[in-house]
Design a protein around this ligand. Structure first.
Ligand code: HPA
Length: 240
């Protein structure tokens, strides 16, 4: 089975049928998963902020989410997200499929009682599928690679924070680093495709406003969903 983790628009994926809601108990807590089909392919979908939008980034239970997916037989997980752009020369909106991340602050792990030190990173096969699919079917510019900087959230960043991190990363978000870490710890393949919806605070002298970001993210999510739907079909054909 293929897993998809996304933000609030994820359940609008228009090719999804036969949706069944499940609450799955894990050693880390309960995960809310929707099981459905995309063109006959079984997929398990998690809306990371919860169906009631009650899980801000720092309270998402990544360990429960990925453990639940694995217990359903998921081996490959595609993430979707919204990010702020750290480069003033990128045009927006665009799609980015990062190839590395910085997450110095979340401390997420499933290994709380044993000494295990994974080597983190995104899955290169899934990344390639996402980039190629996006280039084939999306009208947005597609950025292949780049560093995702994860902040703890839920607040946005200060101008000083962005002035610092823009030297080391291409986009800023609040979830994909943690997801990549937990996926790797649990032996799942994971990569993420993000819509770059706004320039981060102070880039282009712009002030960021949460409501504006949500509005843009909503407009751009459809494009990302189309790519993910198509990528799922390709992974299914090539790996299952
Ligand atoms: N900062 C952090 N996360 C984000 C942003 C941002 O500017 N835009 C979308 N997600």
């Amino acid at each position: 089975m293929i897993g998809i983790i996304g933000g609030t628009h994820i359940l609008e994926i228009d090719v999804l049928s036969e949706v069944e809601e499940r609450k799955i108990e894990t050693p880390f807590g309960v995960a809310e998963v929707e099981i459905g089909r995309i063109d006959g392919i079984d997929v398990a979908i998690i809306q990371r902020h919860g169906k009631r939008k009650n899980k801000p980034p720092h309270r998402i239970n990544h360990a429960a989410n990925f453990y639940a997916l694995r217990s359903l037989g998921v081996s490959h997980v595609i993430g979707m997200g919204s990010v702020g752009c750290l480069k003033e020369n990128y045009s927006l909106p665009s799609l980015i499929v990062p190839d590395d991340y910085i997450d110095l602050f979340s401390g997420v792990t499933v290994y709380n009682e044993s000494l295990v030190h994974i080597t983190p990173g995104f899955d290169e096969y899934l990344r390639k599928v996402l980039v190629e699919t996006a280039r084939e079917i999306s009208s947005f510019p597609v950025i292949d690679g780049g560093v995702y900087f994860q902040t703890r959230g839920p607040r946005l960043e200060t101008k000083a924070e962005i002035a610092m991190i823009k030297n080391f990363a291409d986009c800023v978000g609040m979830t994909a680093g943690s997801e990549a870490t937990i996926a790797k710890e649990l032996g799942l393949s994971y990569a993420v495709i993000c819509t770059m919806d706004n320039y981060a605070h102070g880039i282009k002298n712009e002030v960021v406003d949460y409501r504006e970001i949500v509005k843009k993210a909503k407009e751009n999510a459809d494009e990302c969903l189309r790519v993910v739907g198509q990528a799922v079909k390709r992974v299914w054909m090539e790996r299952f």
